[in-house]
Write a new protein. Structure first.
Length: 227
């Protein structure tokens, strides 16, 4: 264990919250592998550390929940490899590690537009979720993206909307909502997709569609898009 890693673990241990750590078990996080540290604290610590990819790898491998969250914050997107990210994604065990990794790191790497296709077909719940959450991350954070860049993702959302697993169906729902409410061009396409999902013999597809429609058909979204 490096001195840097030892110092960080000591910092986290001093600020641990056992009650919060135990509550994370509801989301698949082992209480003895968590400190119960909030993301704002981790983000502040990450700024103090700066980008350090070798340290990020140490933190990820060490095993604590907060270490994995911190790893995604301090890894340099210009230095990580696809093979390394494949390994990390395959080791995800909770929705927050998945989403934070996508939003904080993966959306910044050069290969970011290939990651949905790379992972969405995987049978692992969290690997597939990562592939879907990348659509959300790209829509929100890639300011240079054009509407046409997202078109290859539409049939994938339809295909995997029938996945009944909780964290997959919620990711599909999230992606539909973000695509629909952030583009006047995508809005009618997502409405149409929802209508198709409602006709499927799938509780998951129906739930994703009906929940997405509640937001997309709200006056707030219509006003935002000037529809």
């Amino acid at each position: 264990m490096s001195d840097k890693l030892s110092d960080i673990l000591g910092f986290l241990k001093e600020r641990s919250d056992n009650a919060k750590a135990k509550s994370l078990s509801h989301f698949g996080v082992e209480a003895n592998k968590a400190y119960g540290i909030s993301m704002p604290v981790l983000r502040k610590l990450a700024k103090e550390i700066g980008k350090d990819t070798p340290l990020a790898e140490e933190l990820w491998n060490e095993g604590h929940h907060e270490g994995k969250l911190l790893a995604g914050l301090i890894a340099n997107p210009k230095e990580v490899t696809l093979e390394q990210m494949d390994r990390w994604v395959n080791e995800i065990y909770s929705w927050d590690v998945c989403d934070q990794l996508c939003i904080n790191l993966l959306v910044k790497i050069d290969a970011r537009w290939t990651l949905t296709e790379r992972w969405i077909h995987n049978e692992s719940e969290y690997v597939r979720r990562a592939g879907i959450v990348m659509i959300v991350a790209l829509r929100i954070h890639d300011k240079k993206a054009e509407d046409k860049d997202f078109e290859p993702f539409f049939p994938l959302l339809k295909k995997y909307a029938t996945d009944e697993r909780n964290f997959v169906k919620k990711a599909v729902n999230w992606a539909i909502r973000e695509l629909g409410k952030r583009s006047v061009n995508h809005y009618p396409i997502m409405i149409s997709l929802c209508n198709e999902l409602l006709e499927m013999d799938s509780k998951s597809a129906k739930w994703s569609a009906s929940d997405a429609l509640r937001e997309l058909k709200s006056e707030k979204i219509k006003t935002r898009l000037a529809i």
